[in-house]
Design a protein around this ligand. Structure first.
Ligand SMILES: [Zn+2]
Length: 288
């Protein structure tokens, strides 16, 4: 640029704009963080998490703080004509935030977008077989987690997940467990652990349990773990996360070593939130 004055004016203006934008963002977050947790969010959270009343007040506070941050940072997009409501946002934020309690976390820092479909959706992937033949494969999914900060969910399946919080199936816990897994740089069932020394027992126990689940599937035996976990170590971690939060007693009894690894990772014991059997909700009316 030939005119140095103009150059400095442009650079100064850009720096000022960036600083103002950063300051405005910080101010908005400060306002959101220090505002009281809205009463209607509390009602929605009770609906989404039946164990919330049995958590310690410290965990309840952490949960509220994580939900505020989640809803401040993430953007929801309704797909296939779905209009995203506050109930949808708070339900998803509440379930996902369970995975963050008692842990140093960036609140799923990579996740920026949550795409929400009314029901299961079709995903097309290009696949190449051993002979090099490329074809398109269609899958019907209830959720999907991407490396680039996107999570895709079916609202119908999110509702089914929170309707019964004891069946070991929860699409929100599953997809956001994949996001935790991805924080290590790859989705391979080995998330970032608290210390270097923790990786040895994690690798030994998780791979043993993964192979054991594969054997169960091969012989057609039942397991507290969803057999989908036998398809890949990343799926095993996501499935084990669902069981850990939804069926902790059964998981601890049938897979004590796996339970202890999950306990060390998640830093909470969901068995403490279940002082009594929580009755199933009234089943929502099926859509025709
Ligand atoms: Zn998965």
């Amino acid at each position: 640029m030939r005119d140095p004055v103009l150059f400095y004016v442009i650079v100064g203006g850009l720096a000022l704009a960036l600083t103002a934008s950063w300051g405005w963002g910080r101010y908005r977050w400060y306002r959101a963080r220090t505002a009281p947790f809205p009463e209607h969010w509390l009602t929605l959270m009770h609906k989404a998490l039946p164990y919330y009343p049995y958590m310690s007040s410290e965990l309840q506070q952490q949960l509220q703080d994580h939900i505020k941050r989640f809803l401040f940072e993430k953007r929801f997009v309704g797909c296939a004509g779905l209009e995203v409501t506050e109930e949808m946002k708070v339900t998803i934020a509440a379930c996902a935030s369970l995975l963050l309690l008692n842990r140093p976390t960036l609140n799923f820092g990579k996740v920026r977008w949550i795409y929400l479909y009314p029901a299961e959706f079709i995903v097309r992937h290009t696949v190449q077989d051993a002979a090099g033949v490329v074809s398109t494969e269609e899958n019907v999914l209830s959720g999907e987690s991407w490396h680039d900060g996107k999570v895709i969910l079916s609202w119908d399946d999110v509702q089914k997940s929170v309707y019964d919080f004891n069946d070991g199936r929860n699409v929100v816990l599953h997809e956001f467990a994949h996001q935790l897994d991805a924080e290590s740089g790859s989705m391979d069932g080995a998330p970032l652990l608290r210390s270097r020394g923790a990786y040895g027992s994690w690798a030994t126990i998780l791979s043993r349990e993964f192979n054991s689940l594969r054997d169960h599937v091969y012989f057609g035996e039942e397991s507290v773990l969803d057999t989908y976990g036998a398809t890949h170590p990343a799926e095993f971690f996501a499935v084990a996360t669902e069981s850990f939060f939804e069926e902790p007693e059964n998981l601890a009894e049938e897979h004590p070593e796996l339970y202890n690894e999950m306990l060390a990772y998640y830093q909470v014991d969901p068995r403490e939130w279940r002082p009594r059997v929580v009755p199933r909700r009234v089943k929502p009316v099926e859509e025709v």
